[in-house]
Ligand binder design. Structure first.
Ligand code: FAD
Ligand code: 2HG
Ligand code: ZN
Length: 478
């Protein structure tokens, strides 16, 4: 019996012809790529776990070009895979069969920035890190930050509703995105590119596209509300003996750091082992090996005030034995070093073997129980079972490795993990989306009525189903 994650049969889309290629070459001179070597990296995902067989990569520069492409593809019944930085982790960013890849890589202009309101408007293909650098020169920051910042595009971030390391402080993109421009499947341009904090005129259509993973439209421009750059940033790396202590430390720091707390992230000792072994990153609290590590960030406007608060918090955490050991960073290079212990776990895992990834939302007090239960359940069938993630948001990243792809191991993990999550009323995809890999598990987190309504919305916006087929929605949806 094939795994429910396996791709369904190819749907009856047209196959690309020489005439189609001539059309694309005419509207995108030099930007309709068919060289197989150049196509290779766009056909394979970041994890190198799924591969498509597209023969064409289109690189539009303008919204008008995206509109022409989609109008043509819709009329010809050609399937299209929107692609940003191709850092997605659920197999949504690459084609399954021969879908045309529509890349936003050349749509990388900043359109405007208002230094009073902090509202940035840009094309969808701007790389997140470039936007951060642009804003930092102007005393602002992006409201989101993730380990993939050097490659991911803001359009891809919006399409996946990416969470990341600052969500605890600034909320998710449903709150910070103020406007979107989207090209619909038939080429119509939907201009919802508002730059207003408040706008209750009718339905908030842009919300539909945030987290829609390229299945409802191609996002071509984004306006987003950016916070002021904090004047004072501190990062603390702590070790805890138990997960319970880690949670108590979270409560304590919420109380004592209050408005300056900007991140509360964790990794377990198995992650630390992988960072040491595969990336040669030493434990920042070298003498002390702990079962759990926490990265806490504060961001504020007054170094003396923040320093005092942090000092009082650390004293209390140490005195009450919640924390075994720790180190503090105030200067940039050490801050980066401490953050890399959390940000580079994903990279370390790629050196450990084939990785099965799970991105689960749970009531925060349950999140590590799942890791413990999974370890017990798998015994020595897995190479590593690691837990890390965004404690402050109740979001666990549970990753399991094996020397090679292992269907028997997969059968032991799934549906065990999904059933466990559903019993706790959690979500089987907290922030990565469903893509190709998780689409058929949607019912563990959403009711059949909700999924049916999603199908109706898809049918209304993309009646021929050309946009990112085989992704997000389950196969059995008609
Ligand atoms: P892609 O991977 O290219 O695409 C992702 C999905 O969005 C696909 O379904 C694609 O079809 C669609 N899409 C892309 N662009 C558009 C567009 N313009 N219009 C419509 N649809 C589009 N995610 C988190 O939430 N939090 C994290 O902390 C985090 N950290 C990561 C760290 C690493 C090292 C890596 C590799 C990934 C991480 N991710 C994280 C996962 C990933 O979701 C994000 O990297 C990012 O949001 C994807 O953006 P992208 O431009 O690479 O999109
Ligand atoms: C993170 O928070 C990312 O580091 C990636 O969301 C998680 O690789 C993963 O499973
Ligand atoms: Zn994450």
């Amino acid at each position: 019996k094939p795994s429910p994650a396996a791709a369904p049969d190819r749907l009856p889309f047209s196959r690309i012809t020489d005439e189609d290629l001539s059309f694309f070459r005419k509207i995108l001179p030099g930007r309709a790529i068919t060289d197989p070597d150049l196509l290779e990296s766009s056909n394979v995902d970041w994890l190198k776990s799924v591969r498509g067989f597209s023969e064409v990569l289109l690189r539009p520069q303008t919204t008008e070009e995206v509109s022409q492409i989609l109008k043509y593809c819709n009329s010809r019944n050609l399937a299209v895979n929107p692609q940003g930085g191709n850092t997605g982790l659920v197999g949504g960013s690459v084609p399954v069969y021969d879908e045309i890849i529509l890349s936003t890589a050349l749509m990388n202009n900043i359109l405007s920035f208002d230094s009073i309101s902090g509202i940035l408007t840009c094309q969808a293909g701007c790389v997140l890190e470039n936007l951060s650098l642009y804003l930092e020169e102007r005393d602002y920051i992006m409201p989101l930050d993730l380990g993939a910042k050097g490659s991911c595009h803001i359009g891809g971030n919006v399409a996946t509703n990416a969470g990341g390391l600052r969500l605890l402080r600034y909320g998710n993109l449903h709150g910070t995105v103020l406007g979107l421009e989207v090209v619909l499947a038939d080429g119509r341009v939907l201009d919802c590119l508002a730059t207003l904090r408040k706008d209750n005129t009718g339905y908030d259509l842009k919300q539909l596209f945030i987290g829609s993973e390229g299945t409802l439209g191609v996002i071509t421009a984004v306006s987003i509300l950016c916070p002021h750059k904090p004047k004072s940033v501190n990062v603390v790396f702590l070790g805890c003996e138990t997960f319970e202590q880690l949670l108590k430390t979270f409560q304590l720091c919420r109380g004592m750091l209050g408005e300056i707390l900007s991140a509360y992230e964790f990794l377990d000792s198995e992650c630390m082992k992988l960072l040491n072994t595969h990336l040669k990153l030493p434990n920042p609290i070298s003498g002390r090996h702990c079962p759990f590590y926490v990265v806490i960030e504060t961001s504020g406007s007054d170094a003396a005030h923040d320093g005092e608060k942090l000092h009082n918090f650390l004293e209390e955490a140490m005195m009450s034995s919640l924390v075994a050991d720790g180190t503090v960073a105030t200067e940039d290079s050490k801050i980066k070093t401490l953050w890399s212990m959390r940000e580079r776990v994903t990279e370390a895992l790629t050196h450990d073997g084939f990785t099965y990834k799970y991105d689960i939302s749970l009531p925060v007090e349950r999140i590590y129980q799942l890791v413990t239960d999974m370890r017990e359940h798998l015994g020595d069938r897995a190479k590593s079972v690691v837990g890390y993630g965004h404690v402050g948001d109740g979001n666990l990243h549970l990753n399991i490795t094996s020397p090679a792809k292992d269907p028997t191991l997969l059968a032991a993990i799934e549906p065990f993990i999904y059933e466990w999550t559903a019993r706790c009323h959690g979500s089987i995809s907290a922030e990565h989306g469903l893509g190709l890999k998780k689409r058929n598990y949607i019912y563990y987190s959403k009711s059949s009525q909700a999924v049916a309504l999603m199908g109706d919305i898809k049918a209304m916006l993309d009646p021929k189903g050309i946009l990112n087929p085989y992704k997000t929605l389950p196969d059995n949806l008609k």
